[in-house]
Design a protein around this ligand. Structure first.
Ligand code: GAR
Length: 217
């Protein structure tokens, strides 16, 4: 059965694009029903519109509380019957109610190897810390910010002359590969959450820089 996705994004939308490409190429049996943003000019909304996908902006300043906004968008999202809600550069902290509503079917991508460098500007944090290695993580969303059960991680070395831009670009390449992979696993019902751990049924482990190993899709 086709997996219904709703994508939340605040920015340029390159992860959304990677997901849409994987769907178009027949690699993921999914359908993006709606792209929703808290930013009027988000590139992600344009990408969706150009593909004929429903794209909606909801202005948080119309709402008195974060909770109020999140309850409103939850209702909009529920109408699409999503199997999975995908945060793709959604730069807003979610209220507990929202997370409860979509528990177990809400995923995020973060540009570091969590639990390192959670929160904003993860790439800059890694550079300033002097880390030699960082990466990207796709995880289920829980109430702890950028810290839910990990589905897949990809490793990226930090080079001596890296800038925030050069490092972000290199991490993004990994993001574009691991996010579609994680979504495919979810849609193929191969993910099982056991406490903090995510079991990926039938996956191969042990070949850095990405674990579990990417599959040929
Ligand atoms: C990505 O690097 C993503 O990992 C990051 O925002 C960027 C969105 O790029 N997300 C976070 O930092 C969430 N904490 P995109 O709009 O091109 O997909």
């Amino acid at each position: 059965m086709t997996c219904n996705l709703v994508v939340l994004a605040s920015g340029r939308g390159s992860n959304l694009k990677a997901i849409l490409n994987a769907i178009e190429e027949g690699k993921i049996n999914a359908n993006v029903k709606l792209v929703l943003s808290n930013k009027k000019n988000a590139g992600a909304l344009e990408i969706a519109k150009n593909k004929g996908i429903k794209a909606k902006f909801f202005d948080p300043s119309f709402f008195e509380t974060r909770r109020g906004y999140d309850i409103y968008i939850s209702e909009i999202i529920k109408k699409e019957n999503p199997d999975l809600v995908v945060l793709a550069g959604y730069m807003r902290i979610l209220s507990d109610e929202f997370i409860d509503t979509f528990e177990g079917k809400l995923v995020n991508i973060h540009p570091s190897l969590i639990p390192a460098f959670q929160g904003i500007k993860a790439q800059k944090q890694a550079l300033e810390y002097g880390a030699k290695i960082t990466g990207a993580t796709v995880h289920f969303v829980t109430k702890e910010l950028d810290n839910g059960p990990i589905i897949i991680q990809g490793v990226v070395p930090i080079l001596p002359d890296d800038t925030e831009e050069s490092l972000s670009k290199r991490i993004l390449e990994i993001e574009h590969r691991i996010y579609p992979q994680a979504i495919k696993w979810f849609c193929d019902k191969r993910l099982k959450i056991e406490g903090r751990k995510v079991i990926v049924e039938g996956a191969k482990y042990g070949s850095l820089p990405i674990n579990p190993s990417l599959e040929d899709f």
